[in-house]
Design a protein around this ligand. Structure first.
Ligand SMILES: [Zn+2]
Ligand SMILES: [Zn+2]
Length: 285
């Protein structure tokens, strides 16, 4: 029998919540995913209607029935925690708190967010802003872990290098509530080699020596439209971009990260995941 990627790694994808958040575990199960990612609210708005108890209960029941091991929430894109603007800071604080509350209500394991852009401020100041916000919103009694997503480096976004991610974690007080989500497209666009086996090893060694392996809690599995070091965040279907299957082979066969959720965020979403899965399966043949 041919091996299937969904039996081998903890594969997932970002799925829609159209028609109700409680429908999302079923959408993930259609692809035999063992994990999935959703927005718990409109990702382009600050506010949201409170989650209803009925929907929460159905969501949890369905997640259990579909044997989903990890639920990752992707936070709103508006939450620029690197900002030096005090008015925006207040909104980001409230917005991130709301995301944490909603993630906990849903019993989600991970809440991934983009640290944001420092604009004209220095890198040091940008990192300081991120740390300040995280320390003001992360609570001892929350269950969900907040994951900082690495950036491609576009628009002075913070979190491009492993050193930057390490500095953020360094400043966070409640370290058991924090981690990193490594996006394959972003890390490649930021200039790290993940395609050649030697380059991949070097990149992962660099990550581990800066961050410590224990903070690497999830992945976004995306191919990239633009090349290594382009600084451009443009996802592509698996195997169709500049990373290609050679790059994904490195991640799939890396036993040190086996079992961690690997979430597809490819451009066609649910319409493209079967193709992505077929590409990943072809690596196993
Ligand atoms: Zn991502
Ligand atoms: Zn991206």
């Amino acid at each position: 029998m041919t091996k299937k990627i969904t039996d081998m790694i903890n594969l997932g994808g970002h799925v829609s919540t159209n028609g109700g958040i409680e429908l999302s575990p079923e959408r993930a199960a259609k692809f035999s995913f063992s994990s999935f990612q959703i927005f718990s609210k409109n990702q382009m708005q600050w506010n949201a209607k409170p989650l209803e108890k009925k929907a929460i209960d159905l969501f949890k029941e369905s997640r259990k029935a579909k044997k989903i091991s990890s639920v990752m929430i992707h936070a709103s894109y508006l939450l620029n925690s690197a900002t030096s603007d005090s008015g925006l800071k207040e909104k980001v604080r409230a917005g991130l708190s709301l995301e944490i509350d909603r993630a906990d209500l849903l019993g989600a394991d991970l809440l991934t967010y983009h640290p944001g852009s420092r604009k004209e401020a220095s890198l040091e100041k940008g990192i300081q802003n991120v740390v300040e916000i995280l320390n003001s919103v992360i609570r001892e009694d929350q269950n969900v872990k907040v994951l900082i997503e690495n950036s491609a480096g576009q628009g002075n976004s913070v979190g491009k290098t492993f050193q930057e991610l390490a500095s953020i974690i360094d400043g966070v007080l409640l370290k058991d509530k924090i981690g990193v989500c490594l996006d394959t497209c972003h890390v490649w666009a930021a200039g790290y080699d993940i395609v050649s086996p030697e380059g991949y090893k070097e990149t992962m060694d660099d990550l581990k020596s800066n961050l410590g392996a224990k903070y690497l809690l999830g992945f976004h599995m995306n191919d990239s439209k633009k090349g290594k070091g382009s600084g451009v965040d443009r996802h592509e279907q698996i195997g169709k971009g500049t990373i290609g299957l050679d790059g994904f082979r490195n991640f799939i066969f890396d036993e040190e990260i086996r079992g961690k959720p690997m979430i597809l965020e490819t451009p066609k979403g649910e319409d493209g995941y079967m193709d992505d899965i077929n590409e990943l399966n072809s690596i196993l043949r």
